[in-house]
Every structure is written in C-alpha cells, then in structure tokens.
Design a protein around this ligand. Structure first.
Ligand SMILES: Cc1cc2nc3c(=O)[nH]c(=O)nc-3n(C[C@H](O)[C@H](O)[C@H](O)COP(=O)(O)O)c2cc1C
Length: 177
C-alpha cells in the first residue's frame, strides 16, 4: 500500500506532526509526506491512502486572511515560519483537489490550541467533509494534536502522532482484508 501525507503549516507544528504520522505509517506502508504545494504532483503517484492535515484557524480551516494574520503574528511573537507557509492553504486546496481513482481512503488531522474542542474549533472535521464529498472513505476519525499558548506542541504529541499513524496502517490492513 502506498500512502501520501499532505500538510499545511504556518509555524511548523502541523509539519512536525505530519512527519511523525508518516513514521508511524512507514512501519507498514510506503509513504510520502509533502506540503500542499507539492501535493498535486504527489497524488499522480496514485496513493491508496491520503492523509490531510492543517492548523485550526478561526475555529476551522485557514483562509487567505487568517494566513496573513499568522505571518504578522510570527513577527510579533518571534515564531519562525515553516517552509510551506507561503501556501496554498487548505481552504483553497480542498476546493480543487481531484484525487486519482486509486485513492479510496483518507484520514484527517489538525493542530489546535489545547482546550475544549467546542471552544477552540477544529479544522479536521472540515477537511473530512470535503473528502467525504469526493467519495473517499474515512479511516479512523478526525484527530487533533495540541499546541500551547506559545504555539509549541504539548509534550507527547509527536509520539501520539506516530502511534496514530501506526493505528491508521493497522486499520487499513484490516479493511482491505
Ligand atoms: C490567525 C490564527 C487563528 C487561530 N485560530 C485558532 C482557533 O480558532 N482555534 C485554535 O484552536 N487555534 C487557533 N490558532 C492556533 C493554531 O491552531 C496554531 O497556531 C496551529 O495549530 C499551529 O500549527 P502550525 O505550526 O502548523 O501553523 C490560530 C492561529 C492563528 C495564527
């Protein structure tokens, strides 16, 4: 099985989580991880599983404005921008993504502030809604990985992401039996 993990990331946290999920999947599958701007090309490789993640902005998917705000906040808070920060963002990408016929499964994740999901909002269910409409089938359920007020991943989140990747691989093996 070939899997593709794609991510949007302004400050690098979602990128780091995407890499850890990839490590988890790689124990069972051949996996590629790419930022959104390279996702189109990577999709032509025909992955069976597509894993999509991004940061939660304004309770949902990032948009052009929230991404601009993120760039401004990076200067104020002295956060370093990820290599993928110039975009595109998930909101634009999801409107035009056309997965190839080999892609039957997806999984969705986000990063968000620690706290109750009904207060913070979550991007992952919104990713899931689009991919459902494209008739892909979801593996597991949308998952969040948490950052603190300084935009640093909470301790243990990278390990949890690796374990989540392992779990996705196991459930896909179960499904395709
Ligand atoms: C403009 C902006 C809006 C945000 N809005 C939310 C929000 O509504 N809920 C939330 O949990 N986190 C919010 N955050 C925090 C982001 O979720 C956090 O920066 C992100 O998960 C870090 O991922 P990254 O390092 O990959 O960009 C916001 C951040 C920015 C920059």
């Amino acid at each position: 099985v070939h899997a593709l993990v794609v991510y949007e990331s302004m400050y690098g946290n979602t990128h780091q989580i995407a890499e850890a999920i990839t490590e988890g999947l790689a124990e069972t599958f051949s996996v590629t991880v790419e930022p959104l701007w390279r996702a189109g090309e990577a999709l032509t490789g025909g992955p069976e599983l597509l894993v999509v993640g991004g940061p939660t902005h304004v309770r949902g998917l990032s948009g052009v404005r929230s991404r601009q705000a993120a760039v401004q906040q990076a200067e104020e808070k002295r956060l370093e921008l990820d290599g993928s920060a110039p975009g595109p963002g998930l909101r634009e990408w999801l409107t035009q993504v056309r997965p190839p016929p080999q892609t039957r499964w997806y999984a969705a994740f986000d990063t968000r502030a620690a706290g109750r999901a009904w207060l913070t909002g979550r991007a992952a269910p919104k990713i899931a809604r689009t991919l459902d409409r494209l008739k892909l089938r979801m593996l597991g359920s949308p998952e969040s990985f948490l950052v603190d007020k300084q935009n640093q991943l909470l301790p243990g989140e990278v390990d949890r992401a690796r374990a989540w990747g392992q779990e996705l691989a196991r459930s896909l093996v179960g499904e395709s039996r």
